[in-house]
Design a protein around this ligand. Structure first.
Ligand code: CDP
Length: 231
């Protein structure tokens, strides 16, 4: 079987990470949440009062940031920022409210993309984000682009936050998703855009299992070499 790179891009709360995690588990591949990297940078900037309008401060701060992923005893990947587990902290609304501004910075993107490419060196990887199929791995074997209706996305995100005992008003979530969609899609550096060769999946009326099955089916066609000749 061929070792492949699977890129899953799309809007916030469309089920990218749920799909990517599950696909990686079933294929025994590594899952990398590139959004967690931008969220970690945002946490560091907020904690250290880094001014995002000061390029020197940004570059200095980026130099101090080490992000890693560790698989826990349940088989789930957790994000570490300078050796500290930030998996729960980076999902808070305060981070969501600032992450798109931070991830629009060129210096931040250069630093993260370099790390993401290193993580993909061994292939056998599923990475989700906004620019994975367009910028990070333009030669990815399989590119998927997820979308869903705004209300469905907002309720999914609200349920996810509630599972972490974080009750957030649905209007605040819709507001945040719309703002991030806008910043992410219109920024100069690596905007959120569907790669030409990406397969579009609208997850509005699709279950997680159906989404996962669809991606696995497409992945298998890339992993299994075509048989030549007549059988
Ligand atoms: O989980 P959710 O879909 O809300 O977002 P995420 O994947 O955790 O990403 C958070 C933010 O990071 C996005 O809104 C983007 O601003 C940024 N991001 C990015 O610019 N490029 C990526 N490859 C991944 C995330």
């Amino acid at each position: 079987m061929k070792n492949i790179i699977i890129a899953i891009d799309g809007y916030s709360a469309c089920g990218k990470s749920t799909t990517a995690k599950q696909v990686a588990k079933e294929l025994n591949y590594r899952y990398i949440d590139s959004g967690a990297m931008y969220r970690s940078v945002t946490k560091y900037f907020l904690d250290h009062h880094v001014s995002i309008t000061n390029p020197k401060e940004v570059v200095k701060a980026l130099d101090q940031i080490r992000i890693s992923f560790v698989v826990n005893s349940k088989g789930n990947s957790e994000t570490f920022l300078n050796g500290i587990n930030v998996e729960t902290a980076i999902r808070k609304m305060e981070i969501s409210e600032n992450v798109s501004q931070v991830s629009a910075l060129k210096a931040v993107r250069i630093a993260m993309v370099e790390q993401q490419r290193k993580l993909g060196k061994e292939r056998k990887i599923v990475m989700d984000g906004r620019d994975i199929g367009t910028v990070v791995f333009p030669n990815a074997d399989l590119k998927v682009f997820l979308t869903a209706d705004m209300l469905v996305r907002a309720f999914r995100r609200q349920r996810e936050l509630l599972e972490k005992d974080d009750l957030v008003d649905i209007d605040d979530i819709i507001d945040n998703l719309k703002k991030r969609d806008q910043i992410d899609s219109t920024r100069k550096e690596s905007p959120l855009i569907k790669a030409e060769s990406a397969i579009l999946i609208d997850t509005t009326h699709v279950t997680v299992d159906e989404q996962v099955d669809e991606v696995i089916r497409m992945a298998l066609t890339k992993m299994i070499p075509k048989v030549n000749g007549n059988l």
